[in-house]
Design a protein around this ligand. Structure first.
Ligand SMILES: [Zn+2]
Length: 495
């Protein structure tokens, strides 16, 4: 993400491969599955890896014992513990929505295919806030449900054994509830944003997916996505992945999008408006498609002009671009942009190419490899900021040194000092997270040398692509590449 205060870029992460870490496997072998939605089917998408499972279990055990049949109403992130559930692994979300920018009202059905991850699973919870809920079905049969503390709690018709696949469908309608996130003070409310009766878009990082669809709302449970969105005729719907088909009727149009790489729920996007589509291909062959507004198309095209060159450059440095297609969609986000996977939400109030490059870097840093805990935000924003500095100073190492030194010197003036590895909520997207984070990345590169630095990063994406990694995982990969211990280095910067 990139927001107002520090000219942050909201980088929305892309998840690349339909990688899969079997629910029981993890740390050592990421077993990526490569394939399209059709042939992947319900192969497990990345979820908890073993080092996290213990943490998740310990957090779950702190929740009331009554929650145990549901797997614990937490995915175990110590930083935002209210999110997620460990009792199941979401495989695919299908969001059927009817949206109209002129009417702040949603009619929707979210269908989730999931696999039970514990035995005797008799209840699940989804993160979901607001809306009137209609029928809730499990495997086609209506079931009872309740709501409490931001959770939609669904009773299963009979207990499921670990490994059992099931499908939940939730019908809902109404105006989205607008609440400010404790972590994103510069945005009034997360979830669906209606602008001037003309456009709609979504901003959901870090804890806002639950304001527009029911989800296991944590990066530790990534899934594939499909969007079937009905809008008034004449408008265009943009979402993650690929546009599969469009059906035009007399008064409405239906746009179907599919994303067949694992994605964290907060990176899901729908944008509605009078868009013009711009198609291109990077010199290296990556399909690009952008969606601009006619009235700001010239500025937009200037901002995204380096897309092809920059995405090929990043692919060389970090490993192949992990998703099907890439592009930007213009939106009237107030001073922020977001790295929504494969389709970056680019604020029409931020000009220049820096934000566009920052959000692109998040396709690797944050989207393909996601944070295991939100408190590790420095790894998302520090890297996206640093990669942007590298891009702007490519071929000029002294210029890069100077820029990093300048940013580091400015951190004391812009934020109170806080531990980079555990920022207070209101500073999750603070200046230090971005710029001290970038300085840490630069210092790490100097510490281990260029060869080990880039070898380590490529190994990191290969090993953890499609799922999450913790700071400890990242440190271990870099230690392997550098063949030196980095405990002191990480402790010095993060604690
Ligand atoms: Zn960012």
């Amino acid at each position: 993400m990139q927001g107002l205060k520090a000219n942050f870029h909201l980088v929305w992460l892309l998840v690349l491969l339909a990688g899969c870490a079997g629910t029981e496997s993890p740390t050592t072998s990421p077993t990526p599955i490569v394939g399209r939605i059709g042939d992947v089917g319900l192969a497990p998408t990345p979820t908890l890896h073993s080092s996290d499972t213990a943490v998740a279990r310990s957090a779950a055990s702190e929740v009331s014992e009554n929650d145990r049949p549901g797997g614990g109403r937490s995915l175990g992130d110590p930083y935002i513990p209210e999110l997620g559930n460990t009792g199941y692994d979401a495989q695919q979300y299908t969001l059927k929505l009817a949206l109209d920018p002129a009417v702040t009202h949603v009619t929707g059905t979210t269908t989730i295919q999931a696999i039970a991850t514990i035995d005797a699973l008799s209840q699940i919870s989804l993160d979901f806030i607001g809306f009137e809920i209609g029928l809730v079905k499990v495997n086609g049969s209506a079931v009872s449900f309740s709501r409490a503390n931001g959770k939609l709690i669904i009773n299963l018709p009979q207990p499921l054994a670990a490994g059992t696949t099931f499908e939940v469908a939730i019908e809902y309608a109404g105006a989205p509830l607008r609440e400010q996130s404790a972590y994103v003070g510069f945005i009034e409310a997360l979830g669906l944003q209606y602008v001037d009766g003309k456009t709609i878009f979504v901003v959901a990082e870090p804890d806002g997916a639950r304001y527009w669809f029911p989800a296991n709302d944590h990066p530790r449970d990534k899934a594939l996505f499909r969007f079937e969105v009905t809008v008034p005729a004449g408008l265009t719907v943009v979402a993650n992945g690929r546009l599969i088909t469009t059906q035009n009727n007399d008064t409405t149009s239906i746009f179907i999008w599919g994303h067949d790489r694992p994605m964290a729920p907060y990176l899901a996007l729908v944008a509605v408006g009078p868009y013009e589509r711009i198609d291109a291909v990077s010199p290296g062959g990556i399909p690009l498609r952008h969606y601009a507004f006619a009235e700001s198309r010239a500025d937009f095209e200037q901002a995204v002009a380096v897309t092809g060159e920059a995405i090929d450059w990043m692919s060389q440095l970090f490993g192949p671009y992990p998703f099907e297609e890439f592009g930007y969609v213009a939106a009237a986000v107030p001073g922020a942009s977001l790295e929504t996977q494969t389709m970056v939400l680019l604020s029409s109030t931020i000009t220049g190419q820096r934000t566009a490059v920052h959000e692109m870097a998040h396709m690797w840093f944050g989207n393909w490899v996601s944070l295991d805990s939100w408190q590790e935000m420095w790894r998302n924003e520090g890297f996206a900021t640093y990669v942007t500095m590298m891009w702007e100073n490519r071929g000029d190492p002294e210029g890069l040194d100077l820029e990093v030194a300048g940013a580091l010197a400015a951190t004391a003036e812009n934020d109170p000092q806080y531990p980079l590895g555990n920022p207070p909520p209101q500073y999750l997207f603070g200046y230090n997270t971005y710029f001290k984070g970038a300085a840490m990345v630069h210092a790490l590169r100097r510490e281990v040398g260029d060869d080990a630095f880039f070898t380590g990063l490529r190994a990191y994406f290969q090993r953890y692509g499609g799922r999450t990694a913790s700071d400890a995982d990242f440190q271990a990969v870099m230690e392997e590449a550098a063949a030196v211990p980095l405990d002191d280095f990480f402790a010095e910067w993060l604690d």
